[in-house]
Write a protein that binds this ligand. Structure first.
Ligand code: NAI
Ligand code: X2X
Ligand code: MG
Ligand code: MG
Length: 348
């Protein structure tokens, strides 16, 4: 493990130089990795591990869309693709990648298949941290570890195919075998992480729930809508409002931030933009800080977990979700977006 300096703060991280892929493969050469669940993270992690030379099988409910997706991706029924229970039985490392609500529903089944010395792996601290609500309490004789890729499973796979990668956090909740560290790091490198930073299950879930409800998804969508509305009610066309709110951000400015930081993006904009943005930055920070404080509190008290579990365990969850996404998709803002995307030079 290396200590690296992040803006003046030292952190424990694991890099690929220190723990190369061949070392990871060697570490897990006698293990069978059972990836349980083939939704978003499942395919990304399972396929990356397989292509990196690990022994991988997939566990998924038969007669489901995702079973068919696994078959289409090359997993073979009875050889590398099994029902959840059978895969959990065969695995020595159980990657528990059902949806967080699905993990609650399947826990008794999976728990029965855990043998002493196995490793139970999560990509989220949710099940363990909110154990009072999830009932997920692993037996004492298994390792309990976490690798949480900081992004969608879709990006994890896409970037891997392009020879790039996402960063992930890793954590050890329980080290029953004395091998938990080697196992978790080998898996983190195996799923295609760039570097691994250390965390614990609680910090992972608190930061992740804050991030996705905040700037990564919730705040992003809300702030887009607010600015778009102000432009529209002041007589600007949909094209003008969308380009000035979304398109310029995703196509021009965020790639600059990704490449070289916020100051560099500012440096590549006009002096007029710089002056105004530098002033308004403070006002936006002050306006949103209390909302972020509320959000963090709601995560910490378990309220966010409660709401998530309650809605996600309903039978018609997927249908209800689709209705809400449809409302966004069919709004003027995002319909304009669809039209604008078609008109990008590379798309026509
Ligand atoms: N979506 C993502 O890219 C990310 C997800 N994670 C974490 O990874 C884990 C997996 O998440 P996703 O891939 O998004 O899950 P998902 O919502 O795509 O579902 C995964 C699988 O769970 C199965 N499933 C759901 N309910 C079930 C039930 N009651 N019984 C049996 N199977 C059931 C589905 O068929 C699907 O194959 C979660 O802990 C999540 O928080 C972490 C980082 C990013
Ligand atoms: C993609 C990711 O890391 C999220 C947003 O936290 C999630 O899908 O849960
Ligand atoms: Mg998340
Ligand atoms: Mg996340």
């Amino acid at each position: 493990m290396a200590k690296l300096n992040f803006g003046g703060v030292e952190e424990n991280v694991v890099t690929r130089d220190e723990f190369p892929l061949d070392k990871a493969v060697k570490t897990l050469k006698d293990e069978t990795i059972a990836v349980i669940g083939y939704g978003v993270q499942g395919p990304g992690q399972a396929l990356n591990l397989k292509d990196n030379g690990f022994n991988v099988i997939v566990g998924q409910r038969k007669n489901s869309k995702t079973w068919d997706k696994a078959v289409a991706d090359g997993w073979v029924s009875g050889e590398t693709l099994f029902e959840v229970e059978e895969a959990a039985k065969r695995g020595t490392i159980i990657q528990y990648l059902l949806s967080d609500a699905g993990q609650i529903a399947q826990w008794e089944t999976v728990k029965k298949q855990l043998n002493p010395g196995d490793a139970l792996y999560f990509s989220h601290g949710f099940g363990i941290t909110y154990k009072d609500q999830t009932g997920i309490v692993p037996p004492k004789d298994v390792d309990v570890i976490l690798v949480a890729p900081k992004g969608s499973g879709t990006s994890l796979r896409r970037l891997f195919v392009e020879g790039k990668g996402l960063n992930s956090s890793y954590a050890i909740f329980q080290d029953a075998t004395g091998k938990a560290y080697d196992r978790v790091v080998a898996l983190g490198i195996g799923v295609g992480s760039g570097y691994l930073f250390e965390t614990d299950f609680q910090k992972e879930v608190y930061s992740d729930l804050t991030g996705e409800r905040g700037i990564l998804m919730g705040a992003l969508a809300g702030v887009f809508e607010a600015q778009y509305e102000v432009l529209r009610k002041n007589g600007h066309s949909p094209s003008e409002a969308f380009n000035e709110t979304v398109e310029e951000l995703t196509q021009s400015l965020m790639p600059l931030v990704a490449e070289n930081g916020m100051d560099w993006m500012y440096a590549n904009c006009s002096t007029t933009a710089q002056r105004g943005a530098l002033d308004w930055r403070h006002k936006f920070r002050e306006a949103t800080l209390p909302v972020f404080d509320d959000l963090y509190e709601s995560v910490k008290t378990g309220e966010e977990a409660r709401v998530t579990i309650k809605t996600n365990e309903k039978e018609d969850y997927r249908e209800k979700l689709e209705e809400e996404l449809k409302e966004i998709r069919e709004s003027e803002l995002w319909q304009t977006g669809a039209q604008v995307r078609k008109l990008r030079p590379e798309n026509n």
